[in-house]
Design a protein around this ligand. Structure first.
Ligand code: NAD
Length: 494
């Protein structure tokens, strides 16, 4: 299919409509084609403050937090239907701005609809606890209240999906929201917010302010009127968010980087493990926080496994991201492309061996990196330790399970791990020993809106999705009462 990208112009989304004139613009050139695909408003701290004031008023005095769960769910379901009807157009926006293949973007939009549907269900079923066994007429209720105004800061690799992992969950809880999407990929957040207004999200409940981390993100994190910040992005910026939140002692959740292990034991189904290992690292051109970038392979099957992995990796189609059969997209920007290329060089100079790839492709005007596999990778090497965020797999061999677990945990990160084995005992004995927020067994990057996601160690804290993700957007309030006449604390002397 010959899809032709056009240029879209956006302003901030404040409340039910788009915001004031755009002022200074951020121009987004597709990293896959070099074409200008979008212009976003370069927001200021004042733009962020204006959105926060609206969100504060909508939370303190508006209808949204006070509606029944059923009413909020109806809006979220309508919103999901509008997204469903607009999926292909939204997917094309993700392709243009992120440089990811259309097949992946379509999968992203399917996931977005599921996330909204599940969040709608949470809005209905949310409930607290009642304690009737405290004795002495004492009774207590534990409420789950919306946490308040939530600031959300979103990265560029899954702009629509991460919006959907946060926004509908917070809205289901009754919060009001200000979103700052990535300056590279703000289109889908603005489009989704517009559909939200059409579905019935009241004025001021959801705003999207575009622009750079500093000043827009910083204004959100340091605002006294924001109760909670939900951040997804790099570990470096995550540390800054946590430090900046200290002055106002607001709650934060930080979903950060990763360097996940992908362990293949000798009793794995070889074809499944090869396919899943490729998906784990080349999905979204490796720009995926939970990518299984460290392949840990048992010695006894290593040569056979790698031979098959290379055969299949060489068939992957790189580039032409709007084509239905494209497998691997472009790096998000020239700066990031250069960073990934630097890692390719570091791998070579530090003694790892390139088995396939190792080069780049600029022919179509995009920042494409060849799917690359490095062998002979030692834990001391930068390519084993640092998040590359590109289609680069590093291979390290092990003899026994003890060594596999030690290698997997030898990382500052702890976002996810994958394990390939047909031995039930091995799977269930190893999974709890892996220091990671998610462990996949005989599958990879496989999740659903019901399943919480988040990190250990430098991959951050807090959870998104599932009941746990929903509860992040709530505060617990305890109400304790005495029924009937109370026994007094003090003797009646007067
Ligand atoms: P980034 O940290 O550079 O930027 C993320 C967001 O933070 C952007 O919107 C950016 O504008 C904003 N920002 C930058 N500086 C800020 C500041 N001082 N205050 C407030 N906001 C600020 O990350 P990125 O390059 O957009 O995304 C890639 C990173 O995100 C990778 O490290 C990846 O692993 C991580 N990631 C993690 C998850 C997860 O769920 N754990 C998911 C996706 C991506």
């Amino acid at each position: 299919m010959n899809y032709v990208s056009t240029t879209r112009d956006y302003t901030h989304h404040l409340g039910s409509g788009h915001g004031p004139g755009p002022g200074t613009l951020i121009e987004r050139v597709s990293p896959a084609s070099g074409r200008l695909v979008a212009r976003f408003a370069e927001g200021t701290a004042d733009d962020a403050k204006a959105a926060i004031v609206r969100a504060r008023a909508a939370f303190d005095n508006g209808s949204w937090p006070r509606m029944s769960g059923l009413e909020r769910a109806a809006v979220l379901r309508r919103w999901a239907e509008l997204i469903e009807a607009d999926k292909e157009r939204l997917a094309r926006i993700e392709v243009d701005e992120v440089g990811k293949p259309i097949r992946m973007a379509r999968g992203d939009l399917d996931a977005v609809v599921d996330l909204f549907q599940y969040a709608a269900a949470l809005a209905i079923q949310a409930h607290g606890e009642a304690h009737s066994n405290l004795g002495g007429g004492k009774t207590a209720w534990v409420y789950r209240e919306p946490v308040g105004v939530v600031g959300m800061i979103i990265p560029w690799n899954f702009p629509a999906v991460i919006f959907a992992q946060k926004v509908p969950y917070a809205l289901a809880a009754g919060c009001t929201v200000v979103v700052k999407p990535s300056e590279f990929t703000s289109g889908s957040a603005l489009e989704l917010a517009r559909l939200g207004a059409e579905a019935g999200v009241p004025d001021g409940v959801l705003s999207v302010v575009t622009g750079y981390g500093n000043p827009v993100g910083e204004a959100i994190v340091t605002s006294l009127d924001v109760d909670f910040v939900s951040f997804t992005g790099s570990t470096a910026v995550g540390r800054r968010i946590v430090a900046n939140s200290a002055a106002t002692l607001k709650r934060v959740s930080v979903e950060l980087g990763g360097k996940s292990a992908n362990i293949v034991l000798e009793d794995a189904d070889l074809e499944d493990a090869v396919d899943g290992s490729m998906f784990s690292v080349f999905f979204n051109q490796g720009e995926c926080c939970c990518a299984g970038t460290r392949l840990l392979i048992q010695d006894s099957i290593a040569d056979r496994f790698i031979e098959r992995l290379l055969e299949r990796t060489k068939t992957l189609k790189v580039g032409d991201v709007h084509a239905d059969d494209s497998d691997v997209g472009a790096m998000i920007s020239e700066a990031h492309f250069t960073r990934v290329c630097d890692y390719l060089e570091k791998g070579k100079t530090q003694g790892a061996r390139v088995l396939t790839g190792g080069g780049t492709d600029r022919a179509a005007g995009g920042f494409f990196v060849e799917p690359t596999v490095f062998d002979n990778v030692e834990p001391s090497m930068a390519i084993f330790r640092e998040e590359i965020f590109g289609p680069v797999l590093v291979v390290t061999r092990f003899k026994d399970i003890e060594k596999a677990v030690a290698l997997a945990n030898d990382s500052e990160y702890g976002l996810a791990a994958t394990l390939w084995t047909k031995n039930f005992d091995s799977a269930h004995l190893i999974a709890p020993r892996l220091r990671a927020g998610t462990v996949w067994i005989n599958t990879s990057i496989d999740t659903g809106p019901q399943i919480p996601f988040g990190g250990y160690k430098s991959s951050g804290f807090g959870r998104e999705m599932g009941q746990a993700g929903f509860e992040e957007f709530t505060n617990v309030k305890s109400v304790v009462a005495r029924l009937g006449k109370r026994t007094h604390f003090y003797p009646q002397r007067g």
